[in-house]
Design a protein around this ligand. Structure first.
Ligand code: BGC
Length: 373
């Protein structure tokens, strides 16, 4: 109702760019233990909407018009909240405390050693078996206006999943009339700790289940990436992308070089599963990536403040998880672009720091701008 009133008022009095974006709060079912999940849907007058659920502060759906005006959901996921717990693959989730891998689940802060549960071969992945993606976040505020906004928060206890220091985290999603979805993670801690918060959306700009992403054109503003060992832990090298299948400084089809097994890094990643070092100064929002689906015309431009971005082509999706509308997700069905510090930073003194001290404010901002070409 509110949308209709605001919309009508603007039709008479305002230009279309003055349409107010709306945030609507609703129930989103319950988990098998009975806990209730809520969702907030942000929508604008340009046909975009984003649904965020409290489980994992997860981007559960993202509806974007194509070049003919058809609206489709462009992120992988499930129809019910419980499925996100039963078949976790971080679809759309807010990942923490440490997105990506920490070698052997071990690190030290000021000489004190910490051991995490290993949940990815010998390594710890995405904050451990019960990371932030599997926690219930609280809705702090919901607002309408030139942008629709929801702020979610989570308090992670001292020692949770092996990490030191009670940490307060917020995830703020906002959608404006220019089809920009902005996501900002903030955190403070009561003891020195390490963290890497990111969003793990799997994008398929064709509309979730129409086609794979091999024909998508990707640009990554990164002259270097961090090569990995066989367990996907960075070796410490910062390698130039020039002359390798990793060079996306100009647009390339995802599928063109993804099977080029002459490059050992393609073998280790089963395709792309690598951290790119985003050009320019970390800490300022700067263009990092563009993804274009030539068929639907949908284009996503990403700006990030983080030093790195993990480019992952869903290589571990094996067709055994059945997503929205009972669609089976397979390798190469989606693209993840996860902005953050580099993997295993706590064990690489010369990587951008993942340390947060009491009194400091952690901020990681990413903007996803949609248009059609
Ligand atoms: C990692 C992949 C991992 C996936 C899990 C990505 O961030 O880079 O290696 O399999 O997350 O969903």
């Amino acid at each position: 109702m509110k949308t209709a009133i605001l919309g009508a008022a603007c039709l008479i009095a305002c230009s279309s760019s003055a349409f107010a974006a709306n945030a609507t709060r609703s129930a989103f079912g319950a988990l098998s233990d009975g806990s209730k999940v809520e969702a907030v849907t942000l929508s604008n007058g340009a046909g975009m909407s984003a649904r965020i659920m409290t489980l994992g502060a997860t981007l559960q759906s993202l509806v974007v018009p194509d070049k003919a005006g058809h609206k489709d959901d462009v992120v992988l996921g499930y129809d019910t909240a419980q499925e996100y717990l039963s078949h976790p693959d971080y679809f759309g989730a807010s990942v923490g405390r440490y997105a990506n891998r920490i070698a052997k689940g071990k690190f030290a802060i000021d000489g004190k050693a910490y051991t995490l549960v290993t949940n990815d071969g010998p390594n710890s992945l995405h904050g451990g078996p019960k990371g932030f993606d599997k926690r219930m976040w609280k809705i702090d505020s919901v607002s309408n206006g030139p942008e629709a906004k929801v702020v979610l928060s989570y308090v992670s206890a001292d020692g949770e999943e092996g990490f030191p220091g009670e940490m307060k985290v917020t995830a703020t999603y906002s959608l404006n009339e220019q089809n920009e979805l902005k996501l900002e993670y903030r955190a403070t801690t009561l003891k020195p700790t390490v963290l890497n918060l990111t969003n793990h959306s799997y994008f398929n700009l064709s509309g979730n289940d129409a086609r794979d992403v091999m024909g998508n054109m990707v640009t990554l503003n990164a002259a270097r990436f961090t090569p990995v060992d066989a367990t996907l832990i960075p070796t410490g090298e910062r390698r130039a992308v020039a002359g390798t299948p990793f060079d996306f400084r100009t647009p390339h089809r995802v599928g063109d070089r993804i099977r080029d097994a002459r490059d050992q890094q393609i073998r280790y990643g089963r395709g792309y599963d690598h951290n790119y070092i985003v050009d320019g100064a970390a800490g300022t929002l700067r263009p990092a990536a563009v993804v274009n689906d030539p068929v639907s015309g949908r284009t996503m431009e990403m700006q990030v403040s983080a030093p790195g971005i993990q480019f992952y082509t869903g290589n571990f999706l094996d067709g055994t998880f059945f997503g929205k509308g009972q669609h089976s997700y397979r390798q190469g069905d989606s693209i993840c672009l996860e902005p953050g510090v580099f993997p295993d930073s706590p064990n690489h003194a010369d990587f951008p720091t993942s340390r947060l001290n009491p009194g400091q404010a952690y901020v990681n901002t990413m903007v996803y701008k949609f248009s059609v070409r």
